[in-house]
Design a protein around this ligand. Structure first.
Ligand SMILES: Cc1cc2nc3c(=O)[nH]c(=O)nc-3n(C[C@H](O)[C@H](O)[C@H](O)COP(=O)(O)OP(=O)(O)OC[C@H]3O[C@@H](n4cnc5c(N)ncnc54)[C@H](O)[C@@H]3O)c2cc1C
Length: 661
């Protein structure tokens, strides 16, 4: 037995189970005599019983300690008084009260009843008040004592616990009031926000990444009750304890202020507040948005689109309709634009739909088309593109992944490393460009293979964490992965022709849709500029107008080249136009907010280092716009050499560059 609380008397509410029980046992183990209170109710506060409190008393006594049970309801004044009186009558004094008792009645705010609101507030908040009220009178006379309230990280707000969050916020204010009001009587008051495995935490709807045991909480409570904490004058504090972590919460304080010349009017406030006093974003809201995004089931959405026949509207139908809808070019444009305008979800299936399917229609045989196009159209099979390698990006023909004939199966064994492979973690299949003939010249030795991704031990996908903190692309390691012989597209050694055909796929329709998204982003940036006052800067204003004008140019260019017009340089010109435009928009998105753009939407923490707002994410991700799909330099090479017929740069024979996604 320790002696941290030797000679002290402590009353613990809600001490029959979970954290309260661990606190009672912990206090007793450190030498305190303990009043064990528990009303013995269920999580929702019904079916009281005195057995649980008595059981804990027996445990304490069995360990050689001293304790008394009080099976009273803390939400009544009489209950609070009886617990305190029991301590004084039985043990002669009261040095600490710890208010752990609590119940849950969860419901969305718009459905919450009075029967759900009142008991939760009564148990947590009033149940702390009744104890603090009675105990502080005793402690004031003693000129010593410690009050401990139990709060929760959810005092910041909680989706379906308006009652609980309000009570827990109230407990903090009550504790701070007690700390201020009782300071001169030598009484301290603090709050503990525990994260521990109990029957109550089992009901928390989100995964708790940091969680500990009730005993971790007990250790902190014992310390706060001890003279060691009192010597440090710890009072008015809120501590989170979650397993190995203890954290102190900031005291609420004003963050930013602004002053008016003369009285405020709604108009003055509307003009002044955004971008100056602004807001302090809720970290919990950011977390919720993240969870909603993570919970979004991209595959289900693909199947939904497939069931409606919306995938592959632009496919060549010479050989059939693959279960999707026929659509004229104009209808395809309308669909793509409306999809973007409705802010419908980002697609997981676009690589299969827009890159592989047109390639199979152009270069695949009938069996390949029949096997692969229907599941793409139904949204059932997702694809990724295995082109780039660590030493072969722009210089794609230098790739080193090999595919050798497998005598056992008659297929190909693929070995090598691909990189920057978007959506590889989600994909069912990968179209891989691999070297099948080491002897042939660089371009002629390549083949285009369709490889199933579900080959444990033979294919490993390692996500690459990006500047934005997310991991949309991956490294993919192939170690003898099998591709069936009939899944070789265009014949052995024809890979370069197939791959280049794929890269030349007409992107007019998707470019138009992309521009709807661009227009929405530009509108957001303009709004930010208006809010921050950046439009007052003539240079920034000029750049915003230029950005708008260039977007119109992009649109006319896309419309002009839609039906294949525009010549061989058109795709390169389009890529150069939109890649640079979008990157400059990303720069504007942070510039218009000035220095404020350097701050994340929430406080930095080690475990959540990548809190970015929309503008910051746009800025960082758009750095890639001039790289993927063929970098700007490569596009200019193409325009220079193939359209303008300028003399080629001298280069080694093998060092020919081609664009790629
Ligand atoms: C967001 C994103 C998603 C991607 N998704 C995929 C995917 O799903 N599958 C896939 O296979 N790949 C993917 N890539 C890879 C992408 O295609 C390559 O990054 C791109 O081809 C450039 O190759 P690299 O990164 O090896 O750069 P390098 O080829 O090494 O180029 C480095 C720099 O040198 C310049 N350069 C290279 N050659 C020349 C030249 N001849 N003349 C002038 N300048 C030159 C380039 O423009 C660039 O600035 C993706 C890339 C990004 C950013």
């Amino acid at each position: 037995m320790g002696s941290f609380l030797a000679g002290k008397v402590v009353a613990v509410t809600g001490a029959g189970r979970g954290i309260g029980r661990a606190v009672a046992l912990g206090c007793a183990a450190e030498g305190a005599r303990v009043v064990v209170n528990d009303y013995g109710v269920s999580v929702s506060g019904t079916e009281p019983s005195s057995e649980v409190a008595e059981a804990v008393v027996k445990e304490i006594e069995a360990a050689g300690g001293e304790a008394v049970a009080v099976a009273d309801d803390v939400s009544t004044m009489a209950g609070g008084e009886r617990i305190v009186r029991t301590a004084v009558e039985r043990f002669g004094r009261l040095d600490g009260v710890v208010c752990v008792a609590g119940i849950l009645r969860e419901r969305m705010l718009f459905n919450m009843t009075e029967e759900e609101w009142d008991p939760v507030l009564a148990t947590h908040l009033k149940g702390t008040f009744t104890l603090f009220r009675a105990a502080s009178a005793v402690m004031r006379r003693q000129r010593a004592g410690t009050l401990i309230g139990f709060t929760s990280g959810n005092h910041q707000g909680s989706v379906s616990q308006a009652n609980y969050a309000s009570a827990k916020g109230g407990v903090i204010s009550l504790v701070r009031s007690a700390a201020l009001g009782l300071h001169k009587y030598g009484v301290t008051a603090n709050c503990v926000a525990p994260v521990a495995r109990t029957r109550m935490s089992a009901q928390v709807p989100m995964e708790l990444t940091e969680i500990g045991e009730p005993e971790d909480v007990a250790a902190l409570v014992v310390y706060l009750l001890s003279d060691r904490a009192r010597e440090q004058e710890i009072t008015g504090q809120v501590y989170t304890v979650a397993g190995p972590k203890i954290a102190v919460w900031a005291q609420p304080r004003e963050l930013r202020a602004g002053y008016a010349d003369g009285p405020w009017t709604p108009q003055k406030i509307a003009d002044f507040l955004p971008g100056t006093i602004g807001t302090d974003p809720m970290p919990m809201l950011a977390r919720l948005k993240e969870m909603a995004a993570a919970a979004w089931d991209g595959r289900a959405w693909e199947r939904e689109l497939g069931a409606g026949g919306w995938i592959g509207l632009g496919w060549d139908r010479a050989r059939g309709d693959y279960g999707n809808r026929p659509a004229t070019l104009t209808q395809q444009v309308v669909w793509a634009e409306e999809y973007a305008r409705a802010r419908a979800p980002v697609r997981l299936g676009h690589i299969g739909e827009n890159l592989l399917a047109p390639t199979l229609l152009a270069f695949g045989d009938a069996a390949q088309q029949d096997r692969f196009l229907p599941p793409i159209a139904r949204g059932e099979e997702l694809w990724c593109q295995g082109y780039s390698e660590p030493e072969a990006g722009s210089d794609l023909a230098a790739l080193r992944t090999t595919a050798v004939r497998d005598p056992g199966t008659g297929g190909y064994r693929v070995t090598g490393q691909k990189i920057w492979t978007s959506l590889a973690a989600e994909a069912d299949w990968c179209f891989v460009l691999a070297r099948t003939d080491a002897e042939a010249s660089l371009h002629r030795g390549l083949s285009f293979l369709l490889v199933p991704m579900d080959q444990p031990g033979r294919i490993e996908v390692r996500p690459i964490r990006q500047l934005t903190g997310t991991a949309e692309f991956n490294e993919v390691f192939f170690d003898g992965a099998l591709a069936r012989a009939e899944h070789l597209v265009g014949g052995a050694g024809a890979g370069w022709r197939v791959a280049m055909g794929l890269l030349a796929v007409e992107r007019g329709v998707s470019t138009l849709a992309q521009q709807i998204g661009f227009a929405q982003e530009l509108a957001r940036v303009v709004r930010l500029a208006l809010d921050s006052g950046a439009t007052g800067d003539p240079v920034l204003r000029d750049r915003l107008v230029r950005q708008w004008a260039e977007l119109q140019t992009l649109r006319w260019h896309a419309l002009h080249t839609l039906a294949g017009a525009g010549g061989p340089g058109a795709p390169s010109v389009a890529k150069l136009l939109w890649g640079g435009w979008h990157q400059r928009l990303g720069e504007l998105a942070v510039q218009v907010r000035g220095a404020a753009a350097a701050l994340g939407p929430a406080d930095w923490t080690e475990d959540r280092p990548y809190e970015l707002d929309t503008g910051q994410r746009l800025f960082l991700f758009s750095r890639a716009d001039t790289i993927y799909g063929g970098s700007d330099e490569i596009q200019r090479d193409i325009v220079a050499e193939r359209v303008l017929r300028l003399p080629r740069e001298p280069r080694p024979a093998r060092d020919r560059k081609e664009p790629q996604p």
